[in-house]
Design a protein around this ligand. Structure first.
Ligand code: DQA
Length: 139
């Protein structure tokens, strides 16, 4: 099982700052991830939450299972040490994905507290980042 986990405000894709994140919705993103996983012959679980405790629980479960994770931590990326500590427990791969190029945006988005414990990071490629992360894990 590969977990595709999305943090706060990503349920608002489609209406949220479309100039930054595009006009496709969270459902479009989740559907695309499932289609990509089907094509790759892997099982995927796509989730989104605005609640930190829920994300921590999902990461703990992934750690217990030794599962690989594709994670868009949203704004938690930039300051959430509890999410980072949960990521550090993972035994499978962790690919950190950002839809936008965080490095071309505000200064506070340039720093990620997650990246140091991630296998790799993809930013700025839109939904393609999720596809590439799944392809990498499946390979
Ligand atoms: C984001 C970038 C973050 O800075 C922001 O807080 C998000 C989305 C992205 O996918 O580009 O919520 O992770």
């Amino acid at each position: 099982m590969i977990y595709v986990l999305n943090g706060p405000n990503l349920n608002r894709l489609g209406t949220r700052e479309p100039d930054v994140y595009g006009s496709a919705t969270y459902k479009d993103l989740a559907d695309m991830c499932r289609t990509v996983a089907d094509d790759l012959g892997v099982r995927v679980e796509v989730r989104q939450t605005n609640a930190e405790h829920e994300m921590l629980g999902w990461l703990h479960d992934a750690a217990d299972e030794g599962a690989d994770v594709v994670l868009n931590p949203g704004a938690w990326t930039h300051y959430n040490i509890a999410v980072r500590d949960a990521c550090a427990m993972l035994r499978g791969k962790l690919i950190e994905v950002h839809i936008s190029n965080v490095h071309s945006r505000e200064e506070f988005r340039h720093r990620s507290v997650i990246s140091a414990v991630a296998t790799g990071v993809i930013a700025g490629l839109g939904f393609d980042g999720y596809r590439l992360a799944l392809e990498h894990i499946a390979r």
